[in-house]
Write a protein that binds this ligand. Sequence first.
Ligand code: SAM
Ligand code: SF4
Ligand code: SF4
Length: 357
Amino acid sequence: MKVIPINDARTLAPQAGPTPPAGAPLVDRRGRSLRDLRISVTDRCNFRCVYCMPREVFGSDYPFLARRELLSFEEIARVARLFVARGVRKIRLTGGEPLLRKDIERLVEMLAALDGVELTLTTNGVLLRKMARRLKEAGLTRVTVSLDALDDATFRRMNDADYPVEKVLDGIAAAKEAGLGPVKVNMVVKRGTNDHEIEPMADYFRHSGHILRFIEFMDVGASNGWKMDEVLPSREVVERIGRRFPLEPVDPNYAGEVAERWRYVDGGGEIGAISSVTHAFCAACTRLRLSTEGRLYTCLFAQSGHDLRSLLRGGADDVRLDAAIAAVWQGREDRYSEIRTAETAALRKIEMSYIGG
Ligand code: SAM
Ligand code: SF4
Ligand code: SF4
């Protein structure tokens, strides 16, 4: 087994400039505000998607984090409250597979109590039948479900854990029944692997009330063997669907929305295209990631994170924690997708299952 060590923590540097007054929004070096927080609640997963946690790397002896290394729900909620005070308006729980984290609905309840925040979760969907109602009652706003194919053989090949499509479709239905819709359905498109599923997926989710979103295969992490040849540009996805089911563009919901929106001319609903490789959206990127063990990452493609857990467990008060958070965001300059090259793609980056997708 090839183990990719994660030992990248940067000690939080003392504040370079003054911390803005309590409650003032934070702006990074490129003028971007902090709006979205993605929290990875586990680095484990019941799937082994070929583009995320390939089995050759994440085998049975892979050293996943020990329980004591994970941030507790109380630690997460404490940090989240400070982020909300600094302008975060959306929190997404992710992983790994977030529904594998024991008693996750307790964390949902704690975060839902924060004022003015939209709380969502991204999941592979197989545990939703069991958990959707509890999550809704705990205060979750919506879910995003990942699904890469309708054809069972293709889907099983991609999740590499023998889960059938039926299980995910049932999870999506359960989310809808529980009031967690409209569900966003994420399909990662890998040329030559599942691009033949684009039209069937579009056809299936038209008129369903759910929003299908196509994501370009990205060079996250260091283990998924990414090659530009396997990226199918979203532009081509939209053209292919448009030939079967005519589409027209829709204005973004808000400035800087990541997914480009399209709707079916016949009223069949809408799709999204997330072109993280071919059309970078770094200029409007307002996202910060909190990893499973409490490191802050200012970019999905970061090579290192800032260790917040040491502060949390070392007795830092809220003023100290807030200053550390402010320092991280104010020092942020990331724009990886704008400067991606074959060389940068080969760099060792942090795995998505750990940093949170
Ligand atoms: N396990 C959950 C799931 O799959 O929905 C949440 C975590 S997963 C890392 C979050 C999202 O990242 C999923 O929609 C997944 O398809 C996407 N993802 C993972 N690896 C990717 C890659 N190499 N390129 C594009 N998207 C990727
Ligand atoms: Fe697991 Fe999600 Fe990664 Fe697939 S994409 S391996 S479901 S974390
Ligand atoms: Fe944001 Fe980094 Fe993605 Fe650019 S590459 S959009 S900075 S996460």
